[in-house]
Design a binder for this molecule. Structure first.
Ligand SMILES: Cc1cc2nc3c(=O)[nH]c(=O)nc-3n(C[C@H](O)[C@H](O)[C@H](O)COP(=O)(O)O)c2cc1C
Length: 182
């Protein structure tokens, strides 16, 4: 899959089969995160891979919309050593999700609303922050399950805003001159 196609076809999937993600694909996913750029190349992250079903279930309890983590084949928790590094974490998370998508593995991020509990559950040092937990797995052939449907009830109809409503040239929200200048 070419890069543009990988980016624009990526959708969040929250319903997974029991099929494990092969070790070499997981390594590739983690490596895509590792190679991400970061402010001053500080690489402020540590990745905790969780695969034990009981631990995945427990982890899912730390976010209000993290139920999908319980059924993931694996979750990658992006732990930051500084709460100021969220932009870096976003880049890193998206790189991992795109590498997975390219390999046929679906994913969805989950916010940890009980962030301190998630940090201590993972055994991360104090002062560190769990920026996101990403579920990975193979999409369920029956399509979207109850967790997905619940998410879609909230997100329904949002789609993506048209480009013309969110991009402008030279000045914020300046309208683009038409080719005829009218
Ligand atoms: C910062 C951030 C936090 C998110 N947190 C959650 C979450 O807690 N639970 C969840 O199911 N999806 C979460 N998402 C996924 C968004 O709901 C999703 O990216 C958005 O609805 C677009 O989905 P689509 O690409 O499938 O259209 C999060 C996304 C981002 C960028």
């Amino acid at each position: 899959m070419d890069t543009y196609r990988c980016i624009v076809t990526k959708r969040e999937i929250r319903t997974f089969t029991d099929r494990p993600v092969p070790e070499e694909i997981l390594q590739q996913i983690l490596n895509a995160g590792r190679m991400s750029g970061s402010s001053k190349n500080s690489q402020p992250w540590h990745f905790v891979v969780v695969r034990e079903r009981g631990r995945l279930r427990e982890l899912s309890g730390f976010g209000r919309f993290a139920q999908h983590v319980a059924s993931a084949a694996a979750a990658v928790c992006v732990v930051l050593d500084s709460p100021r590094a969220f932009f870096d974490a976003g880049r890193c998370a998206q790189n991992m999700m795109l590498a997975a998508w390219n390999a046929g593995v679906a994913s969805c991020p989950a916010s940890m609303h009980r962030a301190e509990d998630a940090r201590s559950f993972l055994g991360a040092p104090e002062g560190h922050v769990v920026a996101t937990v990403i579920s990975f797995g193979y999409p369920h052939p029956k399509g979207r399950g109850p967790i997905e449907r619940a998410a879609l009830r909230i997100l329904a109809g949002r789609g993506r805003r048209p480009l013309a409503s969110l991009a402008s040239w030279e000045r914020y929200a300046a309208s683009r001159p038409t080719p005829t200048g009218i």
